[in-house]
Design a protein around this ligand. Structure first.
Ligand code: C5P
Length: 286
């Protein structure tokens, strides 16, 4: 009914659903079932609904049906005391977009996400974690998987001894020393796992200098099949932004050499869709 569709609460709710990626078919404009009323609110014609569904399914291409895709996303928070933590600027946008694209392609998707401010993607099993150790645990529980895409910006270090109560200034003017300890490398753990290694293991490399060289080293060190490298120098606005310029490093070069594929600057959703296509092609060939 036009009164419902124009009501501010409905307008807000529709905007929220659209922002979450929900697609709408209709409503159409015309006469209402109630006599004498007209405007926006008619149900779309069944054939129009069927055509919209067919277009959506066709566009996504059910290329990952029957596959389990594991994705990590977001930052981790490493507690210092009950009120403070160490964190980083990852928004989770790229990882969440990959999880959503894999689900749209028909995969069963487990998304292990650190604390983010964006909604859970539709049609995905989401495991919410805070710390690197919790993320490692959730990843282990989610295996086996056909594909692992490790997008999370896992903290390299955690505080060695989390304080049980809030740290206080002691009046001396001297700051407390924070001893750190290294977190496990979740990607390397999975990449080198003899029993449960997914067929395709993909890592990310966010670097501010010497991108391709560092990413190439990661490919080997972490036992990954591909590294998606992106330049996160502050000028590029990638960290927390909506666009990404990535380079795909793989072992596809002649004689097992590292091959580099440069992608143009794309929205994070478009990077995700292209990556899912590349994944489907690769596991189809393996
Ligand atoms: O070594 P660096 O943190 O730059 O490597 C980035 C890649 O490794 C990403 O794919 C990230 O998700 C993964 N990683 C991880 N566990 C860590 C550190 C990084 O899975 N402790």
């Amino acid at each position: 009914n036009p009164k419902m569709w124009s009501h501010p609460a409905t307008v807000r709710n529709v905007a929220t659903l659209r922002a979450d990626g929900v697609r709408f078919v209709g409503p159409a404009t015309g006469e209402m079932a109630e006599s004498g009323e007209a405007g926006i609110g008619r149900m779309a014609e069944p054939l129009e609904i069927a055509a919209a569904l067919a277009a959506m399914i066709g566009a996504a291409g059910q290329i990952l049906v029957g596959r389990h895709v594991l994705v990590t996303s977001g930052p981790t928070h490493e507690p210092i005391d009950p009120v403070r933590y160490l964190a980083n600027r990852s928004s989770g946008r790229q990882g969440h977009a990959i999880a959503a694209a894999a689900a749209a392609a028909g995969a069963r998707v487990t998304l292990v996400s650190g604390p983010v401010a964006i909604p859970d993607p539709a049609g995905v099993t989401v495991v919410h974690v805070e710390t690197a150790l919790e993320m490692q645990d959730a990843v282990a529980k989610a295996l086996p998987a056909d594909v692992a895409v490790m997008t999370a910006a896992v903290a390299d270090w955690r505080v060695a001894a989390e304080r049980p109560s809030k740290m206080k200034k002691d009046g001396s003017g001297k700051p407390p020393a924070l001893a750190l300890t290294e977190n496990p490398d979740i990607l390397a753990g999975i990449g080198h796992d003899r029993k449960l290694r997914p067929r395709l293991v993909i890592g990310f490399a966010a670097e501010t200098d010497d991108l391709i060289r560092h990413a190439g080293e990661k490919l080997k060190r972490k036992g990954a099949d591909w590294i998606v490298a992106n330049d996160v120098s502050p000028a590029g606005g990638v960290m927390g932004g909506t666009e990404n310029t990535v380079h795909i490093l793989s072992r596809d070069g002649s004689g097992g050499k590292v091959a580099v594929e440069d992608w143009p600057k794309l929205g994070k959703d478009a990077v995700a869709a292209r990556l899912v296509e590349r994944i489907a092609r690769a596991i189809g060939e393996k």
